[in-house]
Design a protein around this ligand. Structure first.
Ligand code: C2E
Ligand code: MG
Ligand code: MG
Ligand code: MG
Length: 278
C-alpha cells in the first residue's frame, strides 16, 4: 500500500525502513560469525503419543543466542542463513550437536521401538541431504535413537535426484526421511513411495485452523496410514485440538500443549515430570 504523503503506488524511504534495512545488515554481519563465536544452540521439542502423552521422539530446533537481541528461534534467522549460504554448515553442526547431546540416554527409555531424533535440513536436493547426513554412517547415534531427517516437499520434486547412490548413502547412514509441513507444497502422491520416507508432518497452520481444514487433515492421515507412515500433527496448543485430531485418526503430535522446545540439560528432568519417561 502507498505510504502517507507519497504519490499513489510509490513507497517513500521512511526512517522506519532505514532502521529495518540497517537492522537486517547488522543481523547478517552477526549471523556470519554465529558458529565460530559459539552462539548457536539446539533445543529439543518432544513428539508425543496423543492418547497417553508419552515420548515418541524429539525434534532438534536451532536457536541463536544473538549478542544483543537474546535467544532467537529458527524462524527468525534460518531464512537469512539459507540466503547467505550458511545453512549447510549450520545443519551439519545441529546434527553433530544433537548426536553428542543425546548419546548418553538410557536405552530403556523407549517404550515401543526406537525414539526418533528429528533434524531439519534445508536442502534443495536429496544429494545435499545425503551429504549432510553421511557422517552418521561412521558415527551412528546409539540406541534408543533413530535419526529422521525433516525435509520439505520440494526436495521430492527433483526426479533426477532419486538416483540409487544417493538413496544408498542415506540408508548407509541409517537415515529415514520426514516430509515437514506436508500439505503446503506440491509433491505428487506418486513420488512419495520412491523415497525412504518414515513420517509426514502436518503443518501447524492447518492445526491452528482445524475447523476449516478437518477434511484435509483427515485425508493426509489416511494417505500417511496407507503408505505405512507415521503422521505427526504440529503446533498443538489446546486440549480441544488434541481431542479433535485424535478423533480424525491422528496418533502423534507436538506442540506447546505438551512441551515447548527445551534446552538439552532441562530435557530429562522435564520428561521425568511431565511424560511417561521411565
Ligand atoms: P518446523 O520444522 O516446522 O518447526 C516447527 C516450528 O514451530 C518451530 O519454530 C517450533 O518452535 C514451533 N512450534 C512448536 N510447537 C508450537 C506450538 O504449539 N505453537 C506455535 N505457535 N509454534 C510451535 P522454530 O524453532 O522457529 O523453527 C521454524 C522453522 O525453522 C522450522 O519449522 C524449520 O523449518 C526451520 N528450522 C528449525 N531448526 C532448523 C535447523 O536446525 N536447520 C534448518 N535448516 N532449519 C531449521
Ligand atoms: Mg521440522
Ligand atoms: Mg513443520
Ligand atoms: Mg512449519
Amino acid at each position: 500500500q502507498a505510504k502517507r504523503g507519497g504519490p499513489a503506488g510509490t513507497r517513500l524511504f521512511e526512517p522506519s525502513m532505514r532502521d529495518e534495512f540497517r537492522g537486517q545488515l547488522e543481523l547478517e554481519g552477526y549471523l556470519r560469525h554465529a558458529l565460530e563465536r559459539d552462539e548457536l544452540v539446539v533445543h529439543y521439542q518432544p513428539i508425543v503419543d496423543l492418547q497417553g502423552g508419552h515420548l515418541l521422539g524429539l525434534e532438534a530446533l536451532l536457536r541463536w543466542r544473538h549478542p544483543q537481541r537474546g535467544l532467537l528461534p529458527a524462524g527468525a534467522f534460518v531464512p537469512l542463513a539459507e540466503e547467505l549460504g550458511l545453512i549447510e554448515q549450520f545443519d551439519e553442526w545441529v546434527l553433530q550437536t544433537a548426536v553428542r547431546d543425546l548419546a548418553h540416554w538410557p536405552v530403556d527409555c523407549a517404550l515401543d521401538g526406537p525414539l526418533w531424533l528429528n533434524v531439519n535440513v534445508s536442502a534443495a536436493q536429496l544429494t545435499q541431504v545425503a551429504a549432510v547426513t553421511a557422517p552418521l554412517s561412521k558415527a551412528p547415534l546409539p540406541a534408543p535413537w533413530r535419526v529422521l531427517i525433516e525435509i520439505t516437499e520440494r526436495v521430492l520434486t527433483h526426479p533426477a535426484d532419486t538416483d540409487a547412490a544417493t538413496l544408498q548413502t542415506l540408508r548407509d547412514a541409517g537415515v529415514e526421511l520426514v516430509v515437514d509441513d506436508f500439505g503446503t507444497g506440491e509433491s505428487s502422491l506418486s513420488s512419495l513411495h520412491r523415497f525412504p520416507l518414515r513420517m509426514l508432518k502436518i503443518d501447524r497452520s492447518f492445526v491452528a485452523t482445524l475447523d476449516q481444514n478437518r477434511e484435509l487433515v483427515r485425508t493426509i492421515t489416511v494417505i500417511g496410514d496407507s503408505l505405512g507412515l507415521t503422521v505427526v500433527a504440529e503446533g498443538i496448543e489446546t486440549e480441544e485440538q488434541r481431542a479433535q485430531l485424535t478423533e480424525l485418526g491422528l496418533t502423534a503430535g507436538q506442540g506447546y500443549l505438551f512441551a515447548r522446545p527445551l534446552r538439552a540439560d532441562r530435557l530429562e528432568t522435564h520428561l521425568h515430570s511431565t511424560l511417561k519417561f521411565p
